[in-house]
Design a protein around this ligand. Sequence first.
Ligand SMILES: [Mg+2]
Length: 429
Amino acid sequence: MCERVFVSIPSAEPRASILHADLDSFYASVAQRDDPALRGRPVAVGGGGVILAASYEAKRAGISTPMPGHRARALCPGLVIVRPDFPTYTAASRAVFAIFRETTPLVQGVSVDEAFLDVGGLGRIDGSPVDIAARLRRRVAHEVGLPITVGVARTPFLAKTASQAAKPDGLLEVPPDGERAFLHPLPLRRLWGVGEATAGRLGSFGLETVGDLAALPEDVLVGLLGRAGGRHLYAVVHGRTSTTLSLGHRRSSIGAQRALGRGPHRPEHVHAALLGLVDRVTRRLREAEQLAGTVVLRLRFDDYTAVTRSHSLAHPTASTARLADTAVSLLRQARPLVRARGITLVGVALGGLVADRVEQPELSFAEVAAGGGAGRAGGGAARVRDTRELDAAVDALGHRYGGHALTRASLLRDRDALAGPSLDEAVEG
Ligand SMILES: [Mg+2]
């Protein structure tokens, strides 16, 4: 492979040349693409009794994700629920990312269905960023058959906020001299990284829109949200977020697997082996200063057949507890297969990797909302902070005493799970 070097030349003139491209209701749109009878109808993709994705027709009926299937049916009696088809999603994701990379070499994947593209410097040949965005949308529609929304702005943060405002099937440019007019009327909830807890806390002080916050001095925001959260939000509401993408060569997934030998294996044994693997890959994830957006479970059976099951998270994370929850629920969904075919190997891979700093603001918001001292701490946010501290403590022990210094109580109870060969793998992408 030939090495290409891209030099970015800072220009005196600020330009809106960052694109945020995001497929609309990805899984549900694939279902509607592949079955014309579903087009224009409320469609949800569900597995294990949970709604994973909903078409815009379903979202208009109040369906959100994740939501229990029975609740979704009650809200929307005409709802069509289809089974997920992960191989088809993977193929569609690859095709869309190929178009991204043909558009510009500077692509930062955020998850399976969204990415930032830096199209600065392409102007002379390819037209303006808005022209490039419009062409990208047409190509994805014609070649992959899926609707995609694109936001165009000077910073990744603004481009993401623009695409969220333009959904579905939209294109929105926020020119540098239009940033205030775009941002200030937005409700705080619409800002990327501002969760319900933070928006609720600010709302209790009568602060509802970005403009309300922009009118305040920085030290007032720091007083309300703590140092990290206040400073970050101050920068956000004044449009002062980073103008560059996080690029560079990174692994596309981090995985580990363990052979269990011929069974039968008790479910607790498989469960414990899986948790041991999750501990290992999440430690490596945090060492690489990355967050994972997708958890992939791999199982191999007595008859040498294999299956993979995957789940994409709403927000990338490095939390062992969250990633373990996801892996365990994938295993639970696969239980009928495990029972029928006899499991011989379990593996877990973390994909959709992004640099940790991309999501850092959200975590600091959660933390400040939890520790704000106003007695309105959200339990969920407090847990986020606790698991980060726990994860950091476990990692520190691992560094000091080696990877096996600390192990889960469930693994000690089931020492079988530690026996048998294991294999770490790293897929380079
Ligand atoms: Mg999307």
